[in-house]
Design a protein around this ligand. Structure first.
Ligand SMILES: Cc1cc2nc3c(=O)[nH]c(=O)nc-3n(C[C@H](O)[C@H](O)[C@H](O)COP(=O)(O)OP(=O)(O)OC[C@H]3O[C@@H](n4cnc5c(N)ncnc54)[C@H](O)[C@@H]3O)c2cc1C
Length: 416
C-alpha cells in the first residue's frame, strides 16, 4: 500500500480532509486535477489589482464557521455585517417600501417551503409559493442565487434542512485566498486528475495523471457535476443507489461578472448590494463598489446563468453592462476599465455552481455521503445536510468523513 487514504480533489473538502488525516495520523496522498488548490474557492488578484473571488465569497454560517475562526486566528479580513440592499426596477431606484414588499414576499415563500417540508412534502418550492405576485420573477432569481436553481427545481425538504442562522459575512481579503492559506502546507499533487478508481480488490487503486497508486481507501470530494458526468471511472461501477443519489443532487449554475469602473463614476456608497428587478428571474444581483473598490461584481445563477455562460464571456459581460447602463447611465461604457467573467459550468473539474436537491430527492444527500464497500468514502459540500452549497459544509463533511475512515481503519500513527 502507498498510503492509508487517497484524497481526490483539493478544494475546501480535500484540504480539510488532508489536515484532519494528519491530525489523526493517517498517511494520505491528495490528487488535484487543476494546477492550483482551492477548487471553487478561488481568489484572483491580478486582473483588477484587488482580490476578487470567482467562487465563494461569503462566510455562510459565519458565527459557527470554522473558516471564520481560521480567519480570526490569521488576521484575514472579513466584514461582520449585513448587506445594505437597494432595489432597481422599471428604469429607476425603487422606494424602500418596494424593497420591503419584496422581502415580505420572499419570507412568505421560504415559510411556505418550510411548512411543506415539515408536513413531509418534498416538492418544488414553486409548488407551494403564494400564487401570482409581481415579485415572483425577482424572487426566482434570488432563489437561484441562494440555491443554484429557480423555485421550480428546488426541493422544499432540502431547503428546510439548511441551517441559515449565524450570518453570512463577506471575506474582504478573499475566501479563496483564505482557503489557499489554510491549505498551503498540505502536500498536493496538482495537475493530477484521478481518471479511474478500481475498488474490486481489498483496497483501492487510483489511476492518476502521475501513474497508479494503491491505498486502503479513497475519499472522493469532487462535485456531483463531476461524478454525474462520469469523469472518474469506477471499476466496478458505483452501485445503483449511489448513482441515483448523485443524479438527485445536481449542480445549480452560478456565475460572476466583474466590471472595473473609473474612480468617482458610481456615486453609491461602498458595499451596496443591488437587486435588478426586470420582472423575471433572468437578472443579476450586484455588489457595487465592495469595500470601496472601484468594481462592480454581478452575481448570476440558475438556468439563466448556464444559458448565458454557454453563449460565452462576451455575452455575459454585455448582459451585465446593459443592466449597469440602466442603473448608472449610458456614460458607463466610457468609465469601464475592464471586465471579466467566470465559467464554472464549463469547467470540467466543477461543472456547475453548487448542489441542490431536485424536488422529491432531498434524501439523496444522506446516500451521497454513505461509504461504498467500506473503502470508497465521499465528502464535499453536496454531502452536508445542513450547509450544502457552502465551503463550511465542505469542511464539516470532510472532517466527519476522515473520522469515520479512522474508525474503519483503526488509529494511525500520531503526527510527528
Ligand atoms: C460562483 C460561486 C459562488 C459561491 N459563493 C459561495 C459563498 O459565498 N459562500 C460559500 O460558502 N460557498 C459559496 N460557493 C460554493 C463553494 O465554493 C463550494 O461549496 C465549495 O468550494 C465546495 O468545496 P468542495 O471541496 O466540496 O468542492 P470543490 O471546491 O469543487 O473542490 C473539488 C476539487 O476537486 C477537483 N477535482 C475535480 N475532478 C477531479 C479529478 N478527477 N481528480 C482530482 N481532482 C479533481 C476540483 O478541481 C476541485 O479542486 C460558491 C460557488 C460558486 C461557483
Amino acid at each position: 500500500m502507498d498510503c492509508d487514504l487517497a484524497i481526490v480533489g483539493a478544494g475546501p473538502a480535500g484540504l480539510v480532509a488532508a489536515r484532519t488525516a494528519t491530525e489523526l495520523g493517517l498517511s494520505h496522498c491528495v490528487f488535484e486535477a487543476k494546477h492550483r488548490i482551492g477548487g471553487r474557492a478561488y481568489t484572483e488578484h491580478e486582473r483588477f489589482g484587488v482580490p476578487v473571488d470567482h467562487g465563494c465569497h461569503w462566510l455562510e454560517g459565519a458565527e459557527v464557521n470554522p473558516f471564520r475562526a481560521y480567519a480570526d486566528r490569521h488576521g484575514i479580513a472579513y466584514q461582520r455585517s449585513h448587506r445594505n440592499e437597494h432595489l432597481f426596477g422599471s428604469g429607476a431606484w425603487c422606494p424602500a417600501e418596494d424593497a420591503a414588499a419584496f422581502s415580505d414576499y420572499a419570507d412568505q415563500v421560504w415559510a411556505a417551503g418550510r411548512e411543506a417540508a415539515a408536513a413531509g412534502n418534498d416538492v418544488a418550492l414553486a409548488q407551494v409559493a403564494p400564487p401570482s405576485s409581481r415579485w415572483a420573477g425577482l424572487f426566482g432569481g434570488w432563489c437561484a442565487a441562494l440555491t443554484g436553481f429557480e423555485p421550480e427545481r428546488v426541493s422544499t425538504v432540502d431547503l428546510a434542512r439548511y441551517d441559515e442562522r449565524w450570518g453570512a459575512w463577506p471575506v474582504i481579503d478573499g475566501y479563496g485566498a483564505l482557503v489557499a492559506r489554510y491549505g498551503a502546507k498540505v502536500q498536493v499533487q496538482t495537475d493530477c486528475p484521478v481518471r479511474r478508481i478500481d475498488w474490486a480488490g481489498g483496497g483501492v487503486v487510483l489511476d492518476t495523471g502521475n501513474g497508479s497508486i494503491k491505498a486502503k481507501c479513497a475519499l472522493i470530494t469532487v462535485s456531483t457535476g463531476v461524478l454525474a458526468a462520469d469523469r472518474i471511472r469506477f471499476e466496478p461501477q458505483l452501485p445503483a443507489w449511489k448513482r441515483d443519489a448523485i443524479g438527485g443532487i445536481p449542480m445549480g449554475p452560478a456565475a460572476k461578472v466583474m466590471v472595473g469602473v473609473r474612480a468617482g463614476f458610481i456615486d453609491l456608497l461602498d458595499s451596496q448590494y443591488v437587486r435588478f428587478d426586470n420582472g423575471t428571474s433572468r437578472t443579476a444581483g450586484y455588489q457595487v463598489r465592495p469595500y470601496g473598490r472601484e468594481l462592480v461584481i454581478a452575481n448570476l445563477a440558475g438556468s439563466f446563468a448556464a444559458e448565458l455562460e454557454s453563449q460565452g464571456r462576451d455575452a455575459m459581460i454585455e448582459f451585465v453592462l446593459s443592466q449597469m447602463d440602466e442603473m448608472f447611465g449610458s456614460d458607463l461604457r466610457h468609465a469601464v476599465t475592464g471586465a471579466d467573467a467566470t465559467a464554472w459550468c464549463g469547467d470540467p473539474h466543477v461543472l456547475g455552481g453548487y448542489s441542490i436537491a431536485s424536488p422529491g430527492y432531498a434524501d439523496c444527500r444522506r446516500l451521497l455521503g454513505k461509504p461504498v464497500g467500506g473503502r470508497l468514502f465521499f465528502a464535499g459540500e453536496a454531502v452536508s445536510l445542513r450547509a450544502f452549497g457552502s465551503a463550511h459544509g465542505a469542511y464539516e463533511s470532510a472532517r466527519n468523513a476522515v473520522h469515520t475512515i479512522q474508525g474503519c481503519l483503526g488509529p494511525g500513527e500520531p503526527p510527528a
